[in-house]
Design a protein around this ligand. Structure first.
Ligand code: FAD
Length: 377
């Protein structure tokens, strides 16, 4: 199989690279105020949209460009190399949920502003006692006439502090099997009864949040799919979380591994067998992730929807990200811990939840064990 760019892809890559060089937003890592980060996210999203880089793989009838997922992979790769602010990744998988399951009216209403960044979204699935066992979620939505009245709590909702709307999973029926009683509501966050309480991570950033719903009234027309179809919608959404987006992490990891090699050389640590082994392992893990993503993309191009093999990619990504940061702490040692090179400690902490969000490593292994028909423990 030939994984090199076709002439069209190579041309796209070159013009994108030139655009990123002229348009990336300087100093984005230094922003700390929530309002500034929010402004930056919108500005970056709108710039990408205006330049034609959003919805590359979306169908043309919904405002996309109908290109193959390779173009999204190229966008992620070049953005990772250019160290741009994060790409608005949720657009692709939340968009997928809406254009696959939404009514024509919902598609017309929600897709254009999701694509152009006017409205920012978050994904409200996990709850305090429903993470790995998502189907146990308890946020309740009771139908009253033309509305649902929603009560409950979501947890770890990334980006909720910056978001205007949420793709929300709720329980609409308690009398059926737990997977069958879940529905999906497109929910505005700036309405009475919604409280967003930031969870401040090690970086000092409120990257995720708890979101509380207290008698929140949501029009029934905001439900996507049938009542009880929420599980299917959630599974479609999470299966598109992985894939092309991983390519951005690969280019960032490759850059980091090169930086670590240089730092080890400067610190006379390349003779240390332990460090050499960790760097070599990080490199191999990163390349293994790369080939896994290439394989997944090939399957997607041949028309196969993503399936549980994405679990292999999630495991490889966690391993590569965490292994690289273990090597970084060994190389920078006390400098990372005492503040002289504290950015590496911060990056180390950022790598820790990679094996938790989007489904923990243990859960990915359970999925693979089921696929392989292995006996239950
Ligand atoms: C930084 C961050 C961002 C996140 N962003 C979002 C978001 O935007 N939207 C959203 O909805 N959620 C989000 N999450 C939530 C994430 O999906 C959950 O944290 C994850 O699914 C694990 O659920 P939990 O935290 O409830 O842990 P638990 O499910 O309680 O698991 C605790 C531990 O037990 C293990 N475990 C649980 N069940 C099993 C089993 N059956 N077999 C073997 N081991 C098991 C797990 O692997 C884990 O190690 C985010 C989480 C983090 C940390």
């Amino acid at each position: 199989m030939d994984y090199r760019d076709t002439p069209e892809e190579a041309e796209f890559r070159l013009s994108l690279r030139a655009w990123l060089k002229d348009n990336t937003i300087e100093g984005w890592r230094d922003l700390t105020e929530v309002a500034d980060v929010r402004k930056l996210r919108k500005e970056w999203h709108r710039k990408l949209y205006a330049a034609g880089y959003m919805g590359l793989n979306w169908p043309v009838e919904y405002g996309g460009q109908g290109l193959s997922p390779i173009y999204d992979a190229i966008l992620n790769d070049e953005a990772g190399k250019a160290d741009t602010p994060p790409l608005p990744g949720m657009v692709n998988y939340l968009g997928r949920a809406i254009f696959t399951y939404g009514s024509e009216e919902q598609k017309k209403r929600f897709l254009p502003t999701l694509l152009n960044g006017e409205i920012q979204w978050c994904q409200g699935f996990s709850e305090p006692s429903a993470g790995s066992d998502l189907a146990s979620l308890r946020t309740r939505a009771v139908r009253e006439g033309d509305e649902y009245v929603v009560n409950g709590q979501k947890m770890w909702t990334s980006g909720a502090i910056h978001a205007d709307w949420c793709l929300l999973l709720v329980r609409t029926d308690t009398s059926v099997a737990k997977h069958k009683g879940i529905s999906c509501l497109l929910t505005p966050l700036e309405v009475p009864g919604v409280t967003v309480r930031p969870i401040v991570l090690h970086s000092g950033e409120p990257e995720t949040a708890e979101v509380f719903f207290d008698d929140v009234r949501i029009p029934a027309e905001n439900r996507i799919g049938e009542e009880g179809a929420g599980w299917k919608i959630a599974m479609t959404t999470v299966s598109y979380e992985r894939g092309a987006a991983d390519v951005g992490f690969i280019s960032k990891l490759r850059r980091t591994i090169t930086e670590l090699e240089d730092a080890a050389r400067e610190r006379n640590l390349l003779g240390d067998q332990g460090i050499r082994r960790k760097l070599a392992r990080a490199y191999v893990d990163c390349e293994a992730l790369n080939w896994n993503v290439a394989r997944q993309l090939s399957m997607r191009i041949s028309g196969r929807a993503p399936g549980p093999e994405g679990s292999v990619g999630k495991l490889l990504w966690s391993r590569a990200a965490q292994g690289t940061m273990h090597a970084a702490l060994d190389i920078f040692g006390a400098d990372a811990l005492t503040g002289a090179r504290e950015e590496w400690l911060s990056d180390y902490f950022t790598s820790r939840p990679v094996s938790v969000y989007g489904g923990s490593s243990q859960i990915q292994k359970n999925i693979l064990a089921r696929m392989l028909d292995m006996p239950k423990g």
